[in-house]
Design a protein around this ligand. Structure first.
Ligand code: PAF
Length: 288
């Protein structure tokens, strides 16, 4: 039947058609998984689609380079666009539908609504990239209305984004479950990211300092070092490869505030390798 997903994903640009297909499938008792993306897909995205396909009857991937989450001096124009390869990848991993809205449908003339998540969006990426998380929350809220799936899948690599999205979903009572999936890494440990494509060979070699710093920090954390010493371990790794640091912090994984004594924490790091900003993080286990 037309509109039913098959091995080659069906590409849909019209939000109303997308929503109708999802609602019809859900009324038929099908569980729908949703993977929101900006395209330029890599093995990290592939793992999200695989997980969604393993847990759901149908999988929808959205591909939309959201202009509202880029600052005026950021890389919107040069952000990689690889639609044909993206469709092949998500089709092979089990996505039946791919939603590719035009910017003019996401943001029609007169668009005037923003979703602003306060506390967890304020620091870290929010401080370095003012307005970024309002752009993310606004588009993700819109996507959740257009793709009313049972569960949405996000990568742990963008840890703060997952905290902001979970906060928004809770605060606005959006009926969707959020699943955070593990970061997928290159063999040397660099977290997969669409922005890795910008790195020169020399920058690519230095970029592993983020992961190495987090590995060393995890060891220090498990050895009982205090938070300041653990943060300093991450900073030292970036400094040793001449990577300017935006932040290297250990915080509570749910609130992004100071970690609670004895509880699990997350180490967040961001640095600039050449002109490319890279992020990574590591979950630090509870300790007595
Ligand atoms: O993580 C991303 O790719 C984007 O921030 C998202 C969630 C698709 C919103 O544009």
């Amino acid at each position: 039947m037309s509109g039913q997903p098959g091995p080659t994903p069906i590409v849909i640009a019209d939000p109303r058609q997308m929503r109708d297909l999802i609602l019809t499938a859900r009324r038929a008792g099908r569980r729908i998984g949703f993977v929101p993306t900006m395209g330029a897909l890599h093995a990290g995205h592939a793992s999200l689609v695989e997980q969604a396909a393993a847990e759901c009857d149908d999988v929808v991937v959205s591909i939309f380079v959201n202009p509202k989450q880029f600052g005026p001096r950021e890389d919107l124009a040069r952000y990689p666009r690889t639609l044909a390869a993206d469709l092949a990848l998500v089709g092979a991993k089990g996505a039946g539908w791919v939603f590719v809205p035009e910017a003019s449908t996401a943001y029609p003339a007169g668009h005037a609504t923003s979703v602003v998540v306060a506390a967890p969006a304020a620091d870290f990426e929010g401080a370095v990239r003012p307005g970024h998380f309002a752009g993310v929350a606004t588009v993700v809220c819109w996507l959740f209305n257009v793709v009313p799936a049972d569960v949405a899948y996000f990568g742990a690599k963008d840890w703060q984004q997952t905290v902001v999205v979970r906060r928004m979903v809770a605060d606005l009572a959006i009926p969707i479950a959020i699943e955070v999936c593990p970061t997928i890494r290159e063999p040397d440990g660099l977290a997969m990211s669409s922005r890795n494509a910008y790195l020169s060979p020399e920058e690519r070699r230095r970029a592993v300092a983020l992961h190495e710093g987090l590995v060393a920090a995890t060891e220090r954390w498990q050895a009982g070092d205090d938070v300041a010493a653990v943060e300093e371990t991450i900073r030292a790794s970036l400094q040793s490869r001449d990577i300017p640091i935006d932040y290297a912090r250990v915080v509570d994984p749910d609130t992004l505030l100071a970690p609670r004594p004895g509880a699990a924490a997350v180490a967040l790091v961001a640095g600039r390798v050449g002109t490319t900003r890279l992020l990574d993080n590591a979950l630090l286990p509870p300790r007595s």
